[in-house]
Design a protein around this ligand. Structure first.
Ligand code: ATP
Ligand code: GCO
Length: 204
């Protein structure tokens, strides 16, 4: 599988790792990151922890879905491009509003958003050109086991197959990094790897 390698200049803000949990971004612009991957890859869990580590706001893209999309997914029906595009426009608008670029508030943002296809990521980048992707890549077995142990979420594990079929992994010419999920690795350690991957500008 292609692994995306982030060229050093792409994430311009210097991140100074101190004690874990105290990663500080020393200068603007603030990071604008999209944690992406299939359902169950850990976007919400890891995204929230990453945002805390980088001291920027976190937003989950799920509440931006219209009720009709949530109803479809809850019924075990996969979304189509037409279902996702208006939602991706909202995701892009939120990122744009948090960007340091003209018109943005400059707060930075970590957004958890599946962004399964390259065209979806391009739609996000059209709205927020400085956004960068953190792709959580894991085996079907690992993600399936996490979904089966997750309770109280509208997304059924039965949709994992269509999520994987739809997924176009982040490619090397896209802005961001690929992070391999490891069974048994606590989120805090995964976040530390992501921070060091961002700093090193490499796949982790
Ligand atoms: N590193 C980890 N180790 C163990 N469990 C994890 C890890 N990361 C996430 N999980 C668990 O895996 C499940 C899926 O994680 P999460 O809900 O964050 O995924 P998601 O990609 O946001 O899914 P969705 O797109 O369906 O909302 C959750 O039960 C979460 O607690
Ligand atoms: O693109 C999609 O199919 C959706 O974004 C899904 O990924 C869900 O939103 C998510 O899995 C539920 O949390």
């Amino acid at each position: 599988m292609a692994r995306a390698v982030l060229p050093l200049p792409v994430l311009p803000w210097p991140v100074l790792p101190s004690a874990y949990g105290g990663v500080v971004s020393s200068t603007s612009p603030q990071p604008l990151l999209v944690v992406m991957g299939v359902s169950g890859s850990g976007k919400s869990t890891v995204g929230a922890a990453l945002a805390a580590a980088l001291d920027v706001p976190f937003q989950d893209a799920d509440p931006l879905h219209p009720a009709s999309n949530v109803a479809k997914m809850a019924a075990g029906i996969a979304l189509t491009d037409d279902d996702r595009m208006p939602w991706l426009a909202l995701v892009g608008a939120e990122l744009s509003a948090a960007a340091a670029s003209p018109g943005g508030s400059g707060t930075g943002l970590v957004m958890a958003c599946s962004a399964l296809k390259r065209a979806y990521r391009e739609a996000i980048l059209a709205a927020a050109p400085t956004a960068r992707f953190i792709y959580l890549e894991g085996s079907r077995e690992l993600i399936e086991s996490r979904l089966e142990n997750r309770h109280g979420h509208f997304m059924p594990s039965s949709l994992l197959g269509s999520q994987l079929a739809t997924l176009e992994p982040l490619e090397s010419d896209e802005p961001g990094i690929t992070v391999e999920l490891r069974a048994g690795e606590p989120p805090v350690e995964l976040v530390a790897r992501i921070v060091s991957g961002i700093t090193a500008g490499d796949a982790v």
